[in-house]
Design a protein around this ligand. Structure first.
Ligand code: DGI
Ligand code: FE
Ligand code: FE
Length: 189
């Protein structure tokens, strides 16, 4: 799909602020794909569509997770986690994206997963460090991203978990699994 067509489809789904975030993730994902040798067109499309389901009604997302037999543990966790797997389903269904690599990068962009592919890592990280992000550790993670993709993904996962813990929020098991996998199997663990 053409970039312009993808952006047109996504813009209708998002607020202006979230659309700006999407443009930031897209530019960052393209840079990371170039730096780390990923498919640039897949990175671009996955980034454009990554938050496609962000503003879908909770009930709609819940039904999708049930009908598509997604991880049932999600239902006991915050609905913020639902837009990633629901997004993969809806981007396939409504935008006609069939590429498994792209859909998988969308599906895992919030929690990560053990054994992430290059494209999954790029979308996860681009979401965290795009230019619109302004939390305290983001500069540090941006700097690491210039040196090592795995080290930067690990820093992003670690800081996400620390942030959730500092707010007394539960951490989804897959987020912890992602952290453990990177620590035990990553190049920089
Ligand atoms: O959609 P974005 O805001 O661009 O970013 P995202 O998809 O990475 O994260 C969406 C939200 O999900 C964010 O507010 C933090 C939350 N989140 C991420 N991992 C976990 C989580 N919430 C819980 N409870 N547990 C997690 O493991
Ligand atoms: Fe998201
Ligand atoms: Fe996002």
């Amino acid at each position: 799909m053409e970039r312009s067509r993808a952006l047109e489809l996504v813009k209708k789904q998002l607020t202006d602020k979230r659309y700006m975030h999407t443009l930031g993730v897209t530019e960052t994902a393209i840079q990371l794909a170039n730096r780390y040798g990923a498919d640039v067109q897949k990175a671009e499309l996955a980034a454009i569509f990554h938050d496609y389901a962000k503003f879908r009604p909770k009930e709609e997302m819940k039904q999708i997770l049930i009908n598509e037999r997604e991880d049932e543990r999600l239902l006991a966790f915050h609905h913020e986690l639902w837009h990633a797997p629901a997004g993969a389903v809806l981007v396939h269904r409504e935008a006609g994206i069939e590429d498994k690599d792209i859909l998988s990068a969308i599906r895992w962009h919030t929690t990560g997963k053990p054994g992430m592919t290059l494209l999954e890592k790029i979308i996860y990280l681009a979401d965290y460090i795009e230019p619109g992000r302004a939390f305290p550790v983001v500069e540090e993670v941006r700097a690491i991203a210039k040196q090592s993709l795995d080290a930067a993904v690990l820093a992003a996962v670690k800081n996400s978990i620390l942030f959730l813990m500092s707010k007394k929020q539960p951490v989804f098991p897959v987020t912890m699994d992602t952290y453990n996998d990177l620590i035990q199997n990553g190049d920089d663990g």
